[in-house]
Design a protein around this ligand. Structure first.
Ligand SMILES: Cc1ncc(COP(=O)(O)O)c(C=O)c1O
Length: 434
């Protein structure tokens, strides 16, 4: 018989003790069952929730339509499963084959976007006297030279004199004016980026000195991010030196936020657990990382950093520092490593956009990067450049650290081909790995 307890009225049921026990047991079970059910429901919704702001469409690789000139070949690169590593680790390690871009690297996207944006802003005009200047360790120069030719611009590319010989040769073959300078710190005005900026401004002035008529007075303009280098602004002039400035120009970030990131999302149908990338200017990790986090905040963004770069310590401890740069141990050049294109010791505007979204960082040594590049050749027939090998080694470190083995998806960038680094890597293999 039901006999309620009314403690407030001083009424107590004779079955009160055993009934309380069963009620408690019942409540306990139902609470724990319902909390587990709610959690499972939450996970289900989270997993099945269609990604926001994204309209799924068939995976689109290189188009089978006729494309418009060489710039039509840029982007929409395939995503390849690195079979050896994926099988060995029990995860999916996928590399975006950026070496298939017509200029041979991920930098084609950046060159195209910087030139497009500069044209849109009226800073340069095709088939005029406009000339594009850039300071680069090579890849960006080759991409700029490629896109510039297709768009009707001349180029002057400043490179450090210790970059792989292949890059200088490619630049000259593309009809670029090439200037090689001693490697130096960014505070040195002879550093390659500073020289490019200077040459862009001299281009304006020297033509002025030669007495070009008023309608062809040249000007120097810079990417939108650096308005201070605008010299002699004058409308209706055709002759302009444009300093592309990949480090500070956020068209670089935009190329990856609008291109590489969405392509990766589409190619994986939104199943990405982590994105691993090195940083040279920071454009790739910032643009792709930001896009992926926008789609799913749980995607881990991870930095692969070579020896000599200060970024690893910046991400881990908030201080831009590398032991090789400390007093008494400093080598001849900054970021003195066999890995070309990534690693940096200053904060660029593009890198600033990356820092808030980087979850973790791994240091990759020269020996590890070169060993990985050899492994990929032997096991997968893939001959990628040193920065790609560095990215893939960092993927392994991440998988080990997180104990992943259930088919999780890690994506990374295969920035360029090993052909571009042959002379450097061959030297390293002969002296260090044998
Ligand atoms: C071969 C190579 N890989 C990777 C990168 C790094 O890309 P980001 O400049 O977007 O950080 C560069 C940059 O110059 C590069 O040359």
């Amino acid at each position: 018989m039901w006999w309620p307890d009314w403690p407030i009225l001083g009424i107590r049921s004779p079955f009160s003790h055993s009934r309380n026990f069963f009620v408690g047991l019942f409540l306990g079970f139902s609470l724990s069952f319902s909390s587990v059910a709610v959690k499972q429901l939450y996970n289900l919704i989270k997993r099945e929730k269609p990604p926001p702001l994204f309209n799924p469409r068939p995976i689109e690789l290189r188009s089978d339509e006729i494309v418009r000139g060489v710039v039509g070949l840029i982007g929409n690169t395939p995503l390849i499963r690195i079979t050896s590593l994926s099988d060995a680790l029990g995860v999916e390690i996928l590399g975006k084959a950026e070496f298939l871009n017509p200029g041979g690297s991920v930098k084609d996207r950046v060159a195209l976007r910087m030139i497009d944006d500069a044209e849109r802003q009226g800073l340069i005009r095709p088939n005029s006297e406009s000339r594009i200047f850039e300071g680069t360790v090579g890849s960006t120069g080759i991409s700029i030279a490629t896109v510039a030719r297709a768009r009707g611009y001349a180029t002057t590319i400043i490179i450090p004199d210790d970059v792989a010989e292949e890059k200088a040769k490619a630049l000259i073959a593309l009809g670029s004016q090439v200037e090689r300078v001693r490697p130096a710190s960014i505070v040195d005005k002879k550093q390659f980026v500073n020289v490019a900026k200077l040459r862009a401004s001299e281009y304006g002035r020297s033509d002025l000195v030669t007495g070009a008529g008023p309608s062809t007075v040249p000007q120097t303009v810079a990417s939108q991010s650096d308005a201070t280098t605008h010299v002699h602004p004058k409308e209706h002039s055709d002759s302009k030196g444009f300093f592309a400035d990949q480090f500070e120009n956020t068209s670089n970030y935009d190329a990856h936020f609008d291109g590489t990131g969405p392509e990766l999302w589409r190619q994986t149908n939104g199943h990405i657990d982590a994105f691993v990338s090195g940083a040279g200017t920071g454009g790739t990790i910032a643009g792709v990382g930001q896009f992926l986090k926008t789609m799913d905040e749980n995607v881990k963004v991870v930095l692969a950093d070579p020896e000599g770069s200060g970024l690893f310590n910046k991400v881990k401890y908030g201080v831009m520092f590398d032991p090789k740069e400390s007093e008494g141990t400093k080598r001849r050049h900054q970021v003195d490593t066999v890995v070309e294109g990534i690693g940096i010791n200053r904060l660029t505007k593009n890198m600033e956009l990356a820092l808030p979204i980087i979850d973790d960082a791994f240091r990759v040594s020269d020996v590890e990067a070169v060993a990985m590049s050899r492994y990929l050749v032997m096991k997968d027939g893939l001959f990628v450049g040193s920065s790609s090998a560095c990215n893939l080694f960092a993927c392994i470190k991440l998988v080990k650290k997180l104990g992943l083995h259930n088919g999780e998806t890690i994506v990374t960038i295969l920035c360029d081909s090993g052909n571009r680094h042959y002379s450097k890597v061959r030297f390293f293999i002969v002296f260090f790995l044998h």
